[in-house]
Write a protein that binds this ligand. Structure first.
Ligand SMILES: NC(=O)c1ccc[n+]([C@@H]2O[C@H](COP(=O)([O-])OP(=O)(O)OC[C@H]3O[C@@H](n4cnc5c(N)ncnc54)[C@H](OP(=O)(O)O)[C@@H]3O)[C@@H](O)[C@H]2O)c1
Length: 299
């Protein structure tokens, strides 16, 4: 029996992954959700926008597991709350807090429970890469600034919020690299997974009505000329990575689903920066209130 702990199992590509994992009698699936049930899984309450909820969730999971180790940890949940860059109760920008800080804390809290051969997949996005995202790519990965962005003339829409999303996904990638670095020489496998543009999920529920209507018209048209990933494909690929039927080639960590095919490209230049990786790991520890950064030193 393998034990899988997962976020983002209730919707979009993660719901597909959860369905496939739960259907396997050799798998025990534990999912963190905002109250929804996941068929075939044990669920615990988790609101990633609240660090207190992340701590409670981790505690509940550890209690449920007892001596059982985690074989697979899937940090897949994500939000793209455009135009709604409010602060969380912890005082941090909500997209950064939900997508990065919460998953960083969860990884740190569950790390001691991981099996020595565990697989960790963190869902990132190719929007982290300026070669792909020319509209509003990340400019840096300074956790303090992303957590409390300077006022931008009151603008909270369009590129400003898209940049916040893309930056949080850069942080997911850097966190994956940092955790892989910490476990170098061991058998833990870390993957940062980009499902690519997958419009048939709920990710853009926070966008304006005009954009949602435009997408409903344009995406089916675009499908006639180019392959656009579906939630089914993206979720199956995440399940393949989780369960080991797809494995990273030696020395690779960034997996990208391009036109339905799994590829292993280089991430952006900033995502490859060791300085950015190290300072993000350390600053994030302080932001989530972890007393010891030493345990998580990645130099
Ligand atoms: N779709 C794309 O084009 C695309 C491209 C690149 C990367 N991604 C990434 O793929 C991942 C999955 O996204 P998706 O496209 O499948 O979107 P989705 O359908 O909106 O699914 C997002 C999942 O995250 C959960 N979630 C969001 N905020 C949460 C919170 N505060 N606490 C707990 N759970 C929360 C949602 O739970 P609820 O059901 O409660 O809302 C849902 O299960 C995300 O990390 C996203 O950034 C997506």
């Amino acid at each position: 029996m393998k034990t899988v702990v997962m976020t983002g199992a209730t919707s979009g590509l993660g719901a597909v992954t959860a369905r496939l994992i739960a259907a396997d009698p050799e798998m025990r699936l534990l999912a963190g959700t905002r109250g929804k049930q996941v068929r075939g899984a044990e669920t615990e309450q988790l609101d990633l926008a609240r660090l207190a909820s992340v701590r409670e969730f981790a505690q509940k999971i550890l209690e449920r597991l007892g001596d059982t180790k985690i074989d697979v940890l899937l940090l897949n949940a994500g939000t793209n709350l455009r135009g709604d860059q409010r602060s969380t109760e912890d005082g941090y920008e909500v997209v950064f807090a939900t997508n990065h800080l919460a998953h960083y804390l969860l990884l740190r809290l569950l790390a001691p429970q991981l099996s020595p051969t565990a697989t960790i997949v963190i869902t990132t996005s190719d929007t982290h890469d300026p070669k792909i995202n020319r509209i509003a790519p990340p400019q840096h990965a300074y956790a303090d600034l992303l957590a409390s962005p300077p006022e931008d003339g009151g603008r909270r829409q369009g590129p400003v919020s898209f940049r916040a999303y893309a930056s949080s996904k850069l942080c997911n990638l850097l966190t994956a690299r940092a955790f892989a670095r910490l476990n170098e020489g061991g058998q833990v496998q870390v993957v940062a997974y980009n499902p690519g543009f997958t419009p048939d999920t709920q990710l853009n529920r926070g966008t304006s009505r005009a954009i949602r209507i435009a997408m409903r018209v344009l995406v089916p048209l675009a499908r006639r000329f180019a392959h656009i990933n579906t939630a089914e494909e993206a979720g199956r690929t995440l399940a393949d990575l989780a369960l080991g039927s797809a494995r990273p080639p030696e020395g690779r960590l960034y997996a990208s689903l391009v036109r339905g095919k799994l590829t292993w490209p280089d991430p952006s230049r900033l995502a490859q920066s060791d300085d950015a990786m190290t300072s993000l790991w350390r600053e994030s520890a302080l932001l989530v209130g972890l007393k010891s950064v030493a345990e998580g030193t990645v130099e």
